[in-house]
Design a binder for this molecule. Structure first.
Ligand SMILES: Cc1cc2nc3c(=O)[nH]c(=O)nc-3n(C[C@H](O)[C@H](O)[C@H](O)COP(=O)(O)O)c2cc1C
Ligand SMILES: [Mn+2]
Length: 507
């Protein structure tokens, strides 16, 4: 499997695809259909006749655990997490057998760096100048109060203006006209950081505020005219699409991560009008630039919090080329009230990044990021508690950890609690917490999408310590035991059960 159409064929063969030939409007109608289907656990949808466009629309490709795992080439999230854990273990080989195993790990990493190839199907059709028309694409208007049509599953490629390192992030694009869109990279994201550094350098070059040391180095991906180049791929191998959503540390190339995940290097092709490379097998590619001083009103947009994200000023992407396959398929998603398709992308991240979190926090047993909290509003974390106030340490570590910094509520439970069983978590929280002693409220950065704080991008966060309290934590009273039946009685009743006439035994 190397591209989106291979995945579509796999979905078809596995009974995971419904093809809809009836003409359907990308304005609101596809949303209503896809919303009903994802909430019912239904298949991926291929609309062959979206109204107003010759290109078919694929939606809900990731919309179940099974399809998400198919995209990851794995039987379960755990399989992928295991590969990441072994890779991250850094254990020096000891015996001969260990050395052989270490070689296997190295092989895992060799050959996963992206390679640049001469040509690719994403450039079968090249449109420039007046031939560029985003209106030809079946871009969805997702929700009634959306400001317009939004490209919702784009892979945005930029290079760091100083280091030249590539970043790929998924940032939605509001279509303004034939050849301009919004560029909704949030303040904290890597694309926005590239843009910030490029702006700083342009200011220094034009004799503005004090030039930074960085400005002395030749610029990468920026032109003299105060622009930063951007390329956008739409419709790729789903593992590449997933990689663009993954919360990797800035310097790590999402395309190398994708290569590692699929155990095969990603083929990239040079863009036609900008100095960037994009997946050779993509369905569509937008090439262009953002002006370093231009901003335009973006949004509102029905977002994955289940609310409309508020309109704000964002950079503008100007297209210099639109390239695509001859029979390109437009790949998209909708977000809104959970569960939606992105819940499965989020679940994959929760599972795949747990082993990486455990590298610095080995006492963490498990974590659950409820989709109802949009993955950044709540984290439930179980911990093998080793010293007084350990739960507080976990809270602060989470608030200092990459995109987990946005977590508005961190709930810490003991290591024997199943964090995915919300009823059990609620039982522990409602009974174990002294609301005066066990709560920590802090202030810090918030996700751009938060609407609850009186100020944008900063506000309050809560940590709840729902672990059993120890005398060394100032809890001098006895801590009661869980009410549970003893194992020998359970075994006796198991044996008795068939003759009691009470139906199927309890799980
Ligand atoms: C469907 C979908 C849409 C997203 N839209 C945006 C967006 O518009 N702006 C944004 O900053 N992040 C958005 N994200 C989240 C980012 O893709 C995610 O934080 C990613 O890690 C960013 O990459 P980066 O760390 O390289 O900046 C979206 C994620 C998904 C799954
Ligand atoms: Mn990144």
């Amino acid at each position: 499997m190397k591209d989106l159409r291979d995945f579509i064929e796999l979905l078809r063969a596995e009974g995971e695809l419904a093809v809809i030939d009836t003409p359907v409007d990308p304005v609101l109608e596809i949303t209503e259909i896809a919303d009903r289907v994802v909430k019912a656990g239904g298949p991926a949808l291929l609309f062959t006749h979206p109204k107003g466009s010759d290109f078919p629309v694929l939606i809900n490709q990731f919309g179940s655990d099974r399809r998400m795992c198919m995209a990851l080439r794995a039987g379960s999230y755990g399989e992928v997490a295991d590969r990441i854990r072994t890779l991250a273990a850094f254990e020096p080989p000891t015996g001969a057998w260990e050395k052989v195993k270490a070689l296997g790990k190295l092989k895992d990493l060799a050959g996963v760096q992206p390679r640049v190839v001469k040509s690719g199907p994403c450039q079968e059709v090249v449109r420039t100048g007046a031939d560029i028309d985003l209106g030809a694409l079946p871009v969805l208007k997702c929700w009634p109060l959306d400001a317009g049509r939004f490209i919702t599953l784009p892979l945005v490629f930029t290079k760091h203006p100083v280091t030249g390192k590539r970043n790929v992030g998924m940032y939605r694009l509001q279509v303004y006209d034939r050849d301009t869109t919004g560029m909704h990279w949030h303040l904290h994201k890597d694309g926005a950081e590239h843009y910030r550094v490029a702006g700083e350098r342009a200011e220094a070059a034009s004799g503005g505020p004090a030039p930074s040391a960085a400005a002395a180095v030749a610029a990468v991906g920026t032109t003299a005219a105060g622009r930063m180049e951007v390329a956008v791929a739409i419709g790729t191998d789903p593992i590449i699409t997933y990689a663009a959503t993954a919360p990797l540390p800035g310097p790590i190339d999402e395309m190398t991560f994708a290569g590692f995940l699929r155990q095969e290097a990603v083929d990239l092709v040079r863009c036609k009008t900008v100095d960037l490379e994009v997946p050779a097998d993509a369905e569509f590619v937008l090439e262009g630039y953002v002006d370093l001083s231009e901003r335009r009103w973006e949004g509102p947009f029905g977002d994955h919090t289940g609310y409309y994200s508020l309109a704000d000023d964002y950079p503008v992407l100007h297209l210099t080329a639109l390239t695509h396959r001859k029979d390109a398929i437009y790949s998209t998603t909708i977000v809104g009230q959970a569960p939606m398709e992105d819940a499965y992308l989020g679940k994959a991240t929760e599972r795949l990044f747990l082993p990486l979190l455990k590298l610095t926090l080995p006492e963490v047993v498990d974590m659950d990021l409820p989709k109802e909290g949009g993955f950044h509003n709540c984290a439930i974390i179980s911990v093998d508690k080793r010293y007084p106030m350990h739960a507080r340490k976990i809270m602060h570590a989470v608030w200092g950890q990459g995109q987990m910094q946005f977590t508005k509520a961190v709930v810490v439970v003991d290591g024997d609690v199943d964090v995915h069983d919300y009823a059990k978590v609620a039982w522990r929280v409602f009974n174990n917490v002294d609301w005066q002693r066990d709560v920590t409220i802090v202030e810090g950065p918030l996700d751009v999408l938060d609407h609850s704080s009186p100020h944008p991008v900063r506000g309050g966060k809560i940590g709840i310590d729902a672990t059993r309290k120890w005398p060394s934590e100032g809890h001098d009273r006895e801590w009661p035991a869980d009410v549970e039946m003893s194992a020998d009685v359970k075994t006796r009743v198991d044996a008795l059960w068939p003759v009691l006439g009470l139906g199927k035994p309890r799980e």
